[in-house]
Ligand binder design. Structure first.
Ligand code: ZN
Ligand code: ZN
Length: 135
């Protein structure tokens, strides 16, 4: 995707000091990374804590697929900024993880970047953003 790669480049230029890419430290892997290992070979240390909150393997698979079809942060997009999305936000916040009836409802999902997601959960959800939607 042309737009995404532009956005990524811009992101790198504005947020990162220049660093040459090196090879993934996994033996035999030729993927280029900034440091350590590539996505494929990263140690998966987030699994325990994230499944404890109801975000398990099924969700991370769903997320990967969702973000492929919704690659840009929708809150940044409203401001005319192209930022690659990294998280799925629940527009109307869910409270019981996957047990919540709204957890898997696709119309309750939106793609956000990390910054917008933490802003949204910190500021907007506290005001009951989703609750006011219908009235
Ligand atoms: Zn690798
Ligand atoms: Zn954003």
């Amino acid at each position: 995707m042309f737009i995404v790669s532009l956005a990524l480049t811009k992101d790198l230029v504005t947020n990162m000091p220049y660093q040459p890419l090196r090879r993934c430290s996994f033996p035999g892997c030729r993927n280029k990374v900034r440091s350590g290992r590539c996505e494929e070979h990263k140690p998966k240390d987030t699994r325990a804590s994230s499944s404890a909150r109801g975000y398990d393997h099924k969700w991370s698979k769903y997320r990967a697929q969702y973000l492929r079809f919704h690659p840009l942060c929708v809150m940044c997009l409203e401001k005319g900024i192209y930022t690659p999305a990294t998280v799925i936000d629940h527009i109307k916040p869910v409270e019981n993880g996957q047990a919540d009836p709204l957890f898997w409802v696709e119309s309750n999902h939106q793609a956000l970047c990390r910054n917008c997601h933490s802003y949204k959960t910190r500021v907007i959800d506290q005001r009951g953003y989703g609750a006011k939607k219908n009235g």
